[in-house]
Design a binder for this molecule. Structure first.
Ligand code: AQP
Length: 329
């Protein structure tokens, strides 16, 4: 079962990225699957960015993936812009992408509204490049958080439309969204997802956050009226903390609810904070060790790109042939 997923090199990664996505990447690898993980710098330039910071962020993200447990000996880790097949495939797929479908993408609507500067055409085209990333590897399973559900549906539609029109070239992939922790919410606004581009970082826990800062942020997390520690639609703050704690401790959310039945919010929050600190400590430690050696990180990316290119180039040759593009082979 081939697995593929992409992660943006945008700023510091947060607990939502870790629980919703990165944790699943490692599980995919541990299940013994051929897994490919791509740091999508070409997606990151769809919003205003600083060139030098983008370069550094690629290394930050790779160091984090390695610290979380990805092993370049077992999984392919590479930088998107090193494999040109992604951008070519993006253009070829545009021929079977419905403009109307792109206009319905909620992520574009949200992000374009928040943009103070230029709303780039790249931001609009983002899901087509994402489809190219996934389809280039004939991926079967895509581990992602819940916010990527709609983009994944579009990828499937594009693959199906292409296969119908030009013959069976693509595998139609399916998403893998975790049953618990698929949408970690902002601690200050538990009706919005924890996000890199949140207006304030007060409700965002970063993976490399100092333990005392984690404690402070969890202590001031918004909770709900009432006293019960249960997951319920009218208790988004407490529900979010229960899910976070369940994942951090590796137990079911029901177990957390049972343990804290009849106990107060303050005591619960303190326990949640300690669970997060413990959960992130080994990653934070390894991240610090790995981040310093940029030459080693660059070597890992270069090796990964070579292996990725070999797979993507084969798919591209089939796509070009099926579409009648380029010289006959
Ligand atoms: N809050 C979240 N809960 C669970 N999973 C999440 N993901 C993102 N936020 C949450 C998942 O993380 C993976 C990588 O996301 P990305 O490459 O889009 O990274 P990002 O842009 O830095 O993350 P954000 O926070 O999602 O940024 P904004 O909000 O600015 O777009 C994906 O699999 C995603 O589902």
């Amino acid at each position: 079962m081939r697995i593929f997923s992409g992660i943006q090199p945008t700023g510091r990664k947060h607990l939502g990225n870790y629980i919703g996505a990165i944790r699943q990447y490692v599980e995919g690898q541990e299940r013994g699957n051929p897994a490919i993980y791509c740091i999508v710098d070409l997606h990151a330039i769809t919003v205003p960015h600083e060139p030098a910071a983008l370069r550094r962020s690629v290394y930050d993200t790779l160091a984090l993936l390695l610290a979380a447990g990805l092993d370049p000996g077992r999984s392919i880790l590479f930088r998107q812009s090193d494999v040109h097949e992604h951008t070519e495939l993006c253009w070829l797929l545009s021929a079977v992408t419905a403009y109307g479908d792109l206009t319905r993408m909620t992520q574009f609507k949200e992000k374009s509204q928040r943009q103070r500067e230029l709303v780039s055409a790249g931001l609009f085209f983002y899901p087509v490049l994402q489809a190219a990333d996934i389809l280039a590897y004939r991926t079967e399973e895509v581990p992602v958080g819940d916010d990527q559900r709609q983009h994944l549906e579009l990828t499937r539609d594009i693959a199906e439309r292409f296969n119908q029109r030009f013959g069976e070239v693509f595998v139609v992939p399916r998403h893998r969204i975790p049953p618990v922790g698929a949408r970690i919410m902002d601690l200050q606004d538990p009706t919005s997802k924890m996000s890199t581009t949140a207006e304030s970082t007060a409700g965002v826990i970063f993976i490399d956050e100092e333990p005392d800062e984690i404690r402070r942020k969890v202590r001031s997390a918004v909770t709900d009226p009432g006293r019960e520690i249960v997951r319920r639609p009218d208790k988004p703050g407490i529900s979010n903390l229960i899910e976070i704690m369940a994942v951090a401790r590796g137990v079911e959310p029901e177990q957390v609810e049972r343990e804290f039945e009849g106990r107060g919010y303050a005591e619960f929050k303190q326990a949640v904070a300690e669970a997060i600190v413990e959960f992130l400590a080994p990653v934070r430690q390894r991240y610090r060790e790995l981040r310093g050696d940029e030459a080693a990180l660059e070597r890992t990316l270069a090796e990964g790109a070579e292996r990725a290119r070999a797979i993507a180039a084969e798919t591209l040759a089939d796509v070009r042939a099926a579409m009648g593009v380029g010289a006959p082979v």
